[in-house]
Write a protein that binds this ligand. Sequence first.
Ligand SMILES: [Zn+2]
Length: 318
Amino acid sequence: MAFRAYNKLLLSVFPSKWPRWTPRLGSLRSVPARMCNISGCSYKLRNVDLHPLWKGEIDVPGGSRQSPINIRIRDSVFHPQLAPVHTQYDPNTCLHIWNNGYSFFVEFDDSTDKSIVSGGPLENPFRLKQFHFHWGRNNDWGSEHTVDSRVFPAELHLVHWNCSKYRTFEEAIMEPNGLAVIGVFLKIGKQHEKLQKLVDILPSVRYKDALTEFNYFDASCLLPSCVDYWTYSGSLTTPPLTESVTWIIMKKPIEVDHSQLAVFRSLLFTAVGEEEKYMVDNFRPLQPIMNRTVHSSFEPALQISHKKKSEEHRQQAG
Ligand SMILES: [Zn+2]
């Protein structure tokens, strides 16, 4: 099955044992995360041993459009032609959920066009393959992208592939314009009722490699009602880190409550029989934006207030 091939891809950088990997909670709490944007910097500052995903030889390609990034609202460019992104997901395509040792993946049948995203910056429909989350050990960090350096406790990634250009997901992840990932920030607030169906099943995939059936889930319930987004060209945030992704980052976060994220944090990076390591802080550090522009589908509030002010001045002058 397709997910097994992707698993193999991830497993190619996962050693089976990592005896030296011991999180140092004290040092993690004593310094703030995300102190600078340089690749790898926050890991050094936090003095945390790396997850096996990030150990050993990782083939980072060139590195001119890596993800995640800090989105600076002031530097983003409003693009009036950017239409809302349209998702059309068939809940029947939802197959299962599995713990891949770094996050949990909810995977979809992508053999047809039943679950797709289109519009916005995309030239053609992209098929939904899977979604997963990144989160922190507490609510102070966890998201991969940040907005004006604001970090969220978690971030959802809905991963789609370009079925017009490529034959398979595995092919698309290695090629330009292969993927479209919708990113949604999670913040602490009221309980997310629809997410609870997923949260309830998480204990059954507590250990690495666990897989369980998970059917009839409409992933569009995890999108915010506000259609505003930023978009930029970037990469996967896990190996192979290929620069194949059109990112669509929703402006408004969705709300989840503390107990829902607590269940995320009760999952394990480790398999049955191994020393238990909690699945937390499974995000990549910020990457330099380099020569890229982040476009917004909406007019930034700053520009609107600036425009209002100049109109007021004009009226006063007149
Ligand atoms: Zn991700």
